[in-house]
Design a protein around this ligand. Structure first.
Ligand code: HEC
Length: 159
């Protein structure tokens, strides 16, 4: 009986959290500027592995309409676009393109949580190397190891 009660409670809780408005609007704002890609191949690999969180051409999957997955998706896309958005190239806030190659080299991007639902974003060793080289050619290469080190001061450009 207790288990049935638990299931009932879980179903009600799941239904209730759907009412939270955060993460529902799924906006793809207009493209206001694009970087000059070094090659179509770089752009293709970027589209496979990065564009959902780093452009305004996000493909919003079905689970991005279901809380709590919708909250996570929204958060990743919002934060991703804020850091680095190839659809708003040249905007006044900083676009962190020069860090992109290093993020891929270190395996920090694409985010691991993204991969199970996006197998096409999983790059093999050769594709990864191609993407890294293309990102370097397009955006430059700023190794950010030092800034990531514990306790090191990170220069703040915003706020
Ligand atoms: C599932 C969403 C998602 C995907 C896919 C993704 N990113 Fe990110 N990315 C984020 C988020 C969220 C942040 C901001 C938080 C952070 O730095 O971890 C970010 C930050 C970044 C930054 C800024 C890092 C910094 O130190 O400021 C770069 C550069 C970047 N991503 C490049 C990429 C590249 C290149 C790819 C594809 C290989 C990629 N990302 C794929 C979500 C994503």
């Amino acid at each position: 009986m207790n288990f049935v009660k638990f299931l009932g409670g879980a179903a009600i809780a799941l239904a209730a959290i759907q009412l939270v408005p955060y993460g529902r609007d799924h906006t793809n704002p207009p493209v206001t500027g694009e970087p000059k890609w070094d090659s179509p191949r770089t752009q293709e690999l970027f589209n496979r592995a990065c564009k959902d969180c780093h452009s305004n051409n996000t493909v919003w999957p079905w689970y991005s309409s279901v809380a709590p997955a919708s909250w996570l998706t929204q958060l990743d896309v919002s934060m991703g676009r804020e850091a680095f958005n190839v659809s708003e190239w040249g905007r006044p806030e900083e676009n962190e393109g020069e860090k992109a190659a290093e993020e891929v080299r270190k395996g920090k991007m694409p985010m691991v949580i993204y991969l199970p639902a996006h197998p096409e974003a999983k790059l093999n060793a050769q594709e990864k190397e191609e993407l890294v080289n293309g990102l370097v050619a397009t955006f430059g290469d700023e190794k950010n190891e030092k800034k990531d080190a514990k306790g090191a001061a990170k220069p703040k450009d915003k706020d």
